[in-house]
Design a protein around this ligand. Sequence first.
Ligand code: NAD
Ligand code: GLY
Length: 364
Amino acid sequence: MRQVRVALGDRSYTIHIGAGLAANASLLADALPALKILVVSNNTVAPLYANFLLELLRAMGRKVHLFELPDGEAFKDVTHIQGIYDALIRHDMDRHSCILALGGGVVGDMAGFAAATYQRGIAFVQMPTTLLAQVDSSVGGKTGVNHPLGKNMIGAFKQPASVIIDISFLRSLPDREFCSGLAEVIKYALIRDRDFLVWLEEHMDRMIARDPQILEEAIARSCQHKAEVVINDELEQGERAFLNFGHTFGHAIETFTGYNTWLHGEAVAAGMYLAASFSSALYGLSKDKVARIKTLLEQARLPIQPPTQMASEDFLNIMRHDKKVKDGRIRLILLPELGRADVLAVDEPVIKNQLDQIMVGQDA
Ligand code: NAD
Ligand code: GLY
């Protein structure tokens, strides 16, 4: 088992990473000291994994109940948070009770938001079951839901009490969801760690084959990066924005396509390749390095081209509402070098011109 510490004073916690951890009774006993626990999951993950977890926790003397959300980003809203509150109250959960989030990023974000707000805040533990959630969303305390007018618009910072990453959960994850998570792994290498980039280039085939040793290493290195960024800048006043590399373009793709065609990591992958091309034009990142990024994304079976029906104006119309916009200027996360990120305010005509050039290249 690997451990990564997120050192945040009295909100510090440990990320535990390994195979079979969800069945490790002593780890669960330490991570979940509360007598009453509400397991929040969804109707895909719960039938696979909730029963054995409930039985194990009950055998340890805990009073445990299960609440299932419907599966999907479409249900990540305040209406469905109400269902979690109903379950908490119905099962007499008090301020010393705990929520256990068992699922991907949608379940984790929603369970975390319910924990942040129920009785002004109760403890929650993340048990992420997708690669994306294991390397990104379960760590760092961003919780929340979507609003019809924007993604993740309602939320709170609420750090989990601990994160239990059982890589055995990944065995049942569909290929497309698995590859979507790889985009966030590649992101850490591109923005922070050139050695990790070389390691990923060498090991991507074994990652795709879900070799447990390789997965554990990649997840631990990703969590270490996320932990360092969150420790330095918990509330995103600076460096944490670098975790948004590829996301400004990616969110535009997700929004344009209505959140039902492209998975988050797929849109981020195409967004990272666009950001790499911008880095070449605006920061002089060499063409060879941009080509390396393209090859790695393709090795990870991720898309690199945005939807063909999307014009530069479509990108700009959405990017104008990005959370990083400051004084009316769009700010992009770019790569001056492989393994190093920076933020640059770029004028709209420059973005349009650059996107038009890339789209023309795409048509050719
Ligand atoms: P998801 O939660 O929708 O899970 C993807 C699919 O896989 C779902 O159908 C789910 O039911 C299924 N699934 C989950 N685990 C499984 C398993 N082990 N076996 C089989 N199927 C399984 O999507 P995601 O990619 O995990 O998360 C995306 C969400 O995370 C988005 O809402 C995004 O906004 C959020 N997010 C949050 C942060 C953060 O810092 N809080 C960071 C990145 C993304
Ligand atoms: N996933 C981006 C962040 O946690 O800041």
